[in-house]
Design a protein around this ligand. Structure first.
Ligand SMILES: [Fe+2]
Length: 447
């Protein structure tokens, strides 16, 4: 596929009115930016979603039961695997991705679980050298002396040194982002999605948009409270914008059996409600690359490895036991919480990554519930570079304008707090060091 900087052929389908054998379904109210009265908007959209499901000839309970049955089967399989001490995260060697020798069984496991460890994504020595390079980069620029404390409240930091470094433009991060090995894994993961349907190409699976994110370096001996169960794709906008209502159309129009959590249709051009933890980009997978060895019991990432759980999360608020102005606790400006109150079935399947080594990478479907386990007196370092798969699409092209500006000026990208530590740092990664993958990711002309 050719690299393009314009996107008129990507993901701009007009909404088509939904119909059933019974005739057209009632339209849904929608809010393309955050509603002024959230409670009132929730009340209105829930009533309309229920009415739409019922107009298709099925009840909300019936539709929810279909998803619940699909999810329950997975929850029970995962519980059994966990009880037997098995690892439930699929693992694929980078060498097999590179040579195209991933087996059908491995692909099936990836689709069933929606998450993956890529073994040997980078040589261990390369990852350790990047880790050392990051230390050298921040120390040579007196980062710790100048650190002003956390710029947001998402990752709380205790002590004078942060665990999350608001650093985006180190040579190590950029070398990883524009490497051939990263591009190969991103393209492999993107290809698991349906990127083209109804004559529309929703995203370009072969081209990443280089979404810049931070670094975590968690030292040995720390106590960490971890991070609660949540998901990141959006908040109330998931029910309230036209684009998301179309993306989740099968949940609401009587065709729940056709709901496919890997379908990108209508997901790559619509708006998002702003919030302190928003991600402007469409990500097929969230991910990070390990820069240290990490054992599975040292405060690591967990997911609910069930792609269909998103359907459960979307339908659960429509049941009668949830107040009319409540979306099971989802609101704007905060992450989407997954809680024992509303999602206890799903949380039974929470499963941690296996031991990983420096150079392995870890990936999970962008709609999936995840958490970070607490740890006391952590053994060894816990160091990662956050690098997702965010393929080129209208939404990511729009955000790439901000990314280019941040890259060229050494600023914090606009999705993140305005900390801008690197603006005067002389040894940040330079524009003259970009290869064609990096240039394409940033939307710059190829060299
Ligand atoms: Fe998250």
């Amino acid at each position: 596929m050719s690299v393009q900087t314009q996107s008129t052929d990507l993901g701009l389908a007009e909404p088509t009115p939904a119909t059933t054998q019974a005739g057209p379904l009632p339209p849904l109210p929608h809010w393309e930016s955050t509603p002024e009265n959230l409670g009132e908007a929730i009340r209105e959209v829930k009533a309309a979603l229920r009415a739409r499901i019922e107009a298709s000839g099925r009840t909300v309970q019936e539709v929810f039961a279909v998803i619940e049955a699909r999810v329950t089967e997975q929850v029970e399989a995962i519980e059994a695997a966990l009880a037997a001490g098995e690892n439930v995260w699929p693992v694929i060697d980078y060498a097999d991705i590179e040579s195209g020798t991933v087996t059908p069984d491995q692909l099936e496991a990836l689709h069933r679980r929606g998450c993956l460890v890529v073994r040997g994504h980078f040589p261990r020595e390369q990852a350790l050298a990047w880790d050392a390079g990051i230390v050298e980069y921040v120390e040579s620029n007196q980062f710790f002396e100048n650190y002003r404390g956390p710029g947001d409240d998402f990752f709380g930091t205790v002590g004078s040194k942060p665990e999350i470094y608001p650093i985006y433009w180190s040579p190590a991060q950029m070398q990883a982002r524009q490497s051939e090995r990263m591009a190969a894994v991103q393209a492999f993961l993107n290809a698991q999605w349906v990127s083209e349907s109804d004559g529309v190409q929703w995203f370009d699976p072969a081209r990443d948009s280089l979404y810049p994110d931070r670094i975590r370096r968690r030292p040995p001996g720390v106590d960490s409270a971890g991070l609660g169960s949540h998901l990141d794709p959006g908040t109330l906008d998931l029910w309230m914008t036209t684009a998301y209502q179309q993306a989740f159309r099968h949940l609401f129009d009587g065709t729940v059996e056709q709901y496919d959590p890997w379908d990108a249709a209508h997901r790559t051009a619509g708006p998002q409600y702003p919030g302190s933890t928003m991600c402007s980009a469409f990500r097929t997978f969230q991910g990070w690359t390990a820069l240290s060895d990490m054992d599975h019991d040292q405060g690591v990432l967990h997911t609910v490895p069930i792609p269909e759980a998103m359907g459960y999360l979307m339908l659960r608020p429509l049941l009668d036991d949830v107040a009319d102005d409540d979306m099971c606790g989802v609101t704007t400006g905060q992450v989407f919480p997954a809680t024992e109150t509303w999602h206890s079935l799903l949380l039974r399947a929470m499963a941690g990554i296996p031991d990983v080594r420096a150079g392995d990478s870890v990936w999970w479907l962008a709609d999936m519930i995840h958490s970070v386990a607490p740890v006391q007196d952590q053994q060894g370092w816990g160091n990662v570079m956050y690098i997702p798969a965010a393929p080129w699409c209208p939404r990511n092209e729009a955000y790439s304008e901000h990314v280019r500006e941040a890259f060229l000026t050494g600023s914090s990208p606009s999705d993140f707090p305005e900390e801008h530590y690197e603006r005067e740092w002389p040894n940040r990664f330079g524009a003259d060091e970009l290869n064609d993958t990096g240039r394409a990711g940033l939307g710059l002309p190829l060299g």
